[in-house]
Design a protein around this ligand. Structure first.
Ligand code: M6R
Length: 600
């Protein structure tokens, strides 16, 4: 989604803004723009398309203060005029914005009546005109007055030649952080944009306004400095052709990081520092709602099975986008768990607000440190996957499942999970990174399989119990990176509908490890076979019999049933990745999608 970068310091701003925007490209965008305060005449450049298309024609403006933006269109078509920065009637105030101004139409009509001339259809433009209207010599005051009139969400950065030695920034429900450097400051919507300059950041909270000046900055409230724990190189491709494959291949390490220092094998439980302060409250919890979107929701579904089976707590998964529109029955003994890679997904945050209003305990399972979900929940578990740049989530997903397994241990051992069972789970979890490494060695075979199946336009993914979410996620992945239609279905539901789709042109990926539902899966495979559907099975190593029944087999090592989704997802991610590459798509930035969905 939209990205913001701003710079104020002693260096030319433009190259820093350009580099920052490039580091935000992974979020997906359809247009971009810059504004630099270049002496008397502010410099403005905004275009639809990708930055690389225009790099040769960029002028080289002077000026040490500037703002820049990548836009992912919501209100107003993809046009040069709708790209940010937006400006006022006199082209003296420039502003970039992430979020949505819900009452923009009403404000726009009023401003037009007052004589303001608009240049775009974008909701953001009302902000620059409102600032113009309220400007009486001090930019932050004008911004403050403006924000009192708007409804919606925003992360904004504003510069003006009328009050030129500053950038004014503000946020409400849209991420924004300040990068604190040596005699220079940055503002960005995402740590990736500042990490080459500084790792010292301050995450702005809702309703805060900050003013960045050449030698200092202030926020309306004192805030502690935080440190970004990612290494610089982690957000780079490191020789891989795409971030997607780099992140798939990183999973042995990312899972190792999720588990590091958290497995207490002798005690058969998990050490989760982030939950210690509220462990007594958690002991009393009788019900769990797990709330998430997209892939994070699939990880949540695995969590639902684990928490019910091993922690003995009734659990229910909600789509964050639906949560506040139904009437969820939540009592005081319920805790709500929010699963999110970015910690900034608008729907997930809206559900979190709703739950907080009802006074429930809230937990976050989040990757991005200091993100909104992390800050606004009562307690949580960081999944520690490192930066995930590709739009399609891979390494964060398996770490989310591992974190949910840790939570299951923690809550289960608070209840009636036996020590031996806790020890079994911890021991198996400890082996997972190694097992994932083994599966990744089959990359070449999986690429060959993707080649064999590349001309099929429809796929069915089936699984049961823990591997129903795996099937959903397998389908999600191939849809998103290869633009192939796929359905993720419970094996047992097939005969109630989806079987009607099956013929020789509709292959099925059947996730059928040797576990408690293996026989049932075999019946489902037979049903497909009888209709002539080609079948790829994901089966447990050593199962030779399955070869007689299906067309192709991908083997995964044996583990506990509850942990199988972590292993089974790896070949499905590789299959989707290679299918996308073979079809010639931009796998890292699928069309129409964004990494962090910060609008409803
Ligand atoms: O950052 P989040 O985990 O909250 O994001 C949720 C979804 O937008 C995300 O999982 C989406 O489905 C990805 N494109 C999946 O690959």
């Amino acid at each position: 989604m939209c990205g913001i970068v701003g710079y104020i310091g002693k260096k030319p701003a433009f190259p820093i803004l350009l580099a920052g925007l490039k580091r935000l490209e992974y979020r997906g965008y359809d247009s971009f723009g810059f504004s630099v305060l270049d002496g008397k005449k502010p410099f403005l450049f905004k275009k639809t398309g990708k930055i690389s298309q225009f790099e040769q024609e960029f002028p080289d403006p002077n000026g040490e203060i500037g703002i820049a933006h990548t836009r992912w269109a919501t209100t107003g078509a993809v046009t040069d005029a709708n790209a940010h920065p937006h400006f006022d009637c006199k082209k003296e105030i420039f502003l970039v914005h992430n979020g949505i101004i819900e009452n923009y139409q009403e404000i726009r009509n009023q401003l037009i009546k007052e004589g303001h001339k608009f240049n775009s259809e974008c909701d953001t433009e009302v902000l620059s005109h409102l600032i113009e209207k309220h400007f009486r010599g001090n930019l932050e005051e004008a911004v403050r007055e403006t924000l009192r009139e708007v409804k919606g969400t925003y992360g904004i950065a504003v510069v003006s030649k009328r009050d030129p030695q500053k950038i004014v920034v503000a946020r409400l429900s849209s991420p924004l952080l300040l990068g604190i450097g040596q005699d220079e400051f940055l503002v960005a919507s995402d740590p990736a944009a500042v990490i080459t300059h500084t790792r010292q950041v301050i995450n702005l909270d809702d309703n805060e306004i900050a003013v960045l000046k050449p030698g200092n900055f202030f926020i309306l409230k004192e805030k502690p400095l935080e440190t970004i724990e990612w290494e610089r190189g982690e957000a780079e491709k490191k020789g891989y052709p795409h971030f997607t494959i780099k992140e798939i291949m990183e999973q042995p390490e990312s899972l190792e990081n999720t588990l590091k220092g958290r497995l207490l094998i002798n005690e058969g439980t998990a050490k989760l520092g982030g939950l210690e302060a509220i462990q007594d409250k958690l002991r009393k919890i009788k019900r769990l709602n797990i709330i998430a979107c997209g892939t994070a929701r699939h990880a949540a579904l695995v969590g639902e099975y684990m928490l019910e089976e091993y922690a003995n707590i009734p659990a229910e998964v909600d789509s964050a986008s639906e949560f506040r529109y139904r009437k969820p029955v939540l009592d005081k003994d319920t805790a709500a768990i929010f699963v999110s890679q970015s910690g900034e997904t608008a729907d997930t945050l809206a559900a979190l607000k709703e739950v907080k209003q009802r006074g429930l305990i809230t937990l976050g399972i989040v990757n991005v440190v200091g993100s909104s979900v992390a800050r606004e929940t009562d307690a949580g578990i960081y999944i520690r996957s490192g930066p995930e740049i590709a739009v399609a989530s891979t390494k964060a997903t398996t770490s989310q499942i591992a974190a949910l397994a840790l939570l299951t241990l923690f809550l289960g051992r608070q209840r009636d999970m036996a020590l031996v069972m806790g020890q079994r789970i911890t021991k198996e979890l400890a082996k997972i990174p190694e097992l994932v490494k083994k599966i990744l060695e089959q990359d070449v075979q999986i690429e060959e399989l993707a080649e064999k199946y590349k001309n099929f336009d429809n796929f069915m993914y089936i699984g049961r119990k823990y591997d129903y979410p795996t099937a959903r996620e397998g389908a999600h992945k191939i849809k998103e990176v290869a633009y192939v239609h796929a359905e993720g279905c419970r094996g047992g539901e097939l005969k109630h509908c989806e079987l009607a789709l099956i013929d020789e042109n509709f292959p099925t990926v059947a996730i059928c490890p040797s576990n408690s539902v293996y026989e049932k899966m075999m019946s489902n495979i037979e049903e497909i076979k009888a209709r002539g559907g080609p079948i790829i099975a994901v089966a447990t190593e050593g199962n030779e019999d399955i070869k007689n029944l299906v067309d192709d087999v991908i083997y995964i090592p044996k583990t506990l049933e509850m942990l199988t989704p972590i292993l089974a997802l790896i070949p499905l991610q590789l299959f989707a990745y290679h299918s996308g590459v073979l079809r010639g798509h931009n796998v890292d930035k699928p069309r129409n999608l964004a990494k962090s969905v910060t609008v409803e």
